[in-house]
Design a protein around this ligand. Structure first.
Ligand SMILES: Cc1cc2nc3c(=O)[nH]c(=O)nc-3n(C[C@H](O)[C@H](O)[C@H](O)COP(=O)(O)OP(=O)(O)OC[C@H]3O[C@@H](n4cnc5c(N)ncnc54)[C@H](O)[C@@H]3O)c2cc1C
Length: 392
């Protein structure tokens, strides 16, 4: 039988939408099934790295993303003993020497607009996925869909991953954060500022529309956030007044990590947060998912994708492993508390940030230019992917 679609994507978050756009460009019959009827109101990701801008360029979308976002070129670092230096993206070897600040809701909206409303079935919660010999069956409510392949882009809880029983052993960190977006009354402009203090970290990132995000380390998960708590902690640790009246939203999170045992099972493939989870500190989760989507779109373009799925699994698992470790390391170092450890951190950072060659390397590191296999042209010939697929 000829299935209704080439690919069904479960989940219309940023990764599912990007994958759908890339597949549509190839002329594949694709449908996104999304349980929500309204977009998420709260934004998680705010940083789009240069490799992701390169992927968006394949769709001709980079200019419109840049027009809606804010280019962050410098990140100033402060310690217990005062300013420690600046990590800059200005000298990184890329045509986009910055990280683009754009709220995830806007990223999703731009991708959705590019894809077109007719490709997305909103209000369609997938309750069952079944594999047959040459296609898959997907159930939403009392409707059934058929496709050659199903891609789960359904987020870190991934009901599809649960459904197929793919193992994703997770570890929850003992680090906790609260965050809020505020109208920006500081004089920081388009600069990011990190404050690593003896009583906890405070991170501050510019957003378009005259707003600024503040992320504050806490002792424990604060599910019931007392009003004004974010402003109070910022004032205590940095001396900066961030009026409660300027607060737009708030949330609390406790990071976790996992890297799925395998990124596919037959015709069902995992992509984005469904496949891996990492600490948001460092801003890599969505960007890693974008690189998954780019790779997977190439795999699905092949006449027999099953021959390339092992390569997808291998390379994307390696890339996610590197991103998970970097996010973990950055969070660990930034959340040290107490005066002796702050002194060690200040000394080390002051040394590192006083050398141009090191700040440029740090810039490349945080812009995700040095993640292994972060773009398709970095995939080596040795494992056969390029040769099979005719990629340069
Ligand atoms: C505080 C915070 C800050 C972050 N900052 C950054 C950052 O700066 N940069 C970065 O790269 N990453 C960042 N991240 C991570 C980023 O938000 C995620 O990696 C990203 O959302 C993953 O996108 P996704 O499309 O894979 O999954 P999601 O965004 O979770 O989307 C999954 C979609 O699937 C839908 N869905 C779920 N189940 C079903 C079902 N059964 N049927 C149909 N639909 C379903 C959901 O409704 C949802 O729309 C941050 C995360 C947090 C929490």
């Amino acid at each position: 039988m000829k299935p209704d679609f080439d690919v069904i994507i479960v989940g219309g978050g940023p990764v599912g939408l990007l994958l759908a756009c890339l597949l549509k460009k190839q002329g594949q019959r694709t449908r996104v099934l999304e349980k929500r009827t309204q977009p998420k109101s709260h934004s998680a990701a705010i940083g789009i790295t240069p490799p992701s801008l390169k992927i968006l360029n394949k769709l001709g979308l980079t200019d419109s993303f840049v027009a809606h976002g804010l280019k962050v070129r410098d990140c100033f670092v402060h310690g217990q003993s005062g300013p420690l230096g600046c990590m800059t993206f200005r000298n990184i070897p890329d045509q986009h020497p910055y990280v683009l600040a754009l709220p995830q809701v806007m990223t999703a909206a731009l991708l959705q607009k590019h894809l077109g409303a007719e490709e997305i079935e909103a209000g369609s919660e997938v309750s069952e996925v079944k594999q047959l010999a040459d296609h898959c069956l997907v159930r939403t409510g009392n409707r059934q869909w058929t496709a050659r392949y199903v891609v789960a882009c359904d987020g870190w809880r991934s009901p599809v991953r649960e459904h197929i029983g793919m193992k994703a052993p997770a570890h929850t960190y003992d680090s906790h954060f609260i965050m809020g977006d505020f109208m920006d009354r500081t004089s920081f402009g388009d600069e990011a500022h990190l404050f690593f203090t003896a009583t906890g970290a405070v991170e501050s990132f510019p957003l378009p529309g005259g707003q600024r995000r503040w992320v504050v380390q806490t002792d424990k998960t604060l599910s019931d956030l007392p009003a004004g708590r974010i402003s109070e902690l910022i004032q205590q640790r940095t001396g900066i007044q961030v009026p409660v009246a300027d607060q737009i939203n708030e949330s609390a999170f406790t990071p976790h990590r996992f890297n799925c045992e395998r990124y596919y099972d037959g015709r069902i493939i995992l992509c984005g947060d469904a496949a891996h989870g990492m600490s948001p500190i460092g801003g890599q989760g969505m960007n890693t998912g974008f690189a998954d989507a780019e790779f997977l779109a190439e795999v699905l373009a092949h006449p027999d994708p099953s021959t390339l799925l092992p390569a997808y699994n291998h390379y994307r698992q390696q890339a996610a492993k590197a991103a998970i470790l970097r996010a973990e390391w950055g969070m660990w170092f930034g959340t040290w508390r107490g005066k002796p450890r702050s002194f060690v951190r200040d000394t080390l950072l002051r040394f590192l940030l006083s050398h141009d060659s090191i700040t440029t390397r740090l810039g490349s590191f945080y812009a995700m230019l040095t993640i292994p296999f972060n773009t398709l042209d970095r995939v080596p010939l040795s494992l056969g992917f390029n040769r099979v697929h005719g990629l340069k």
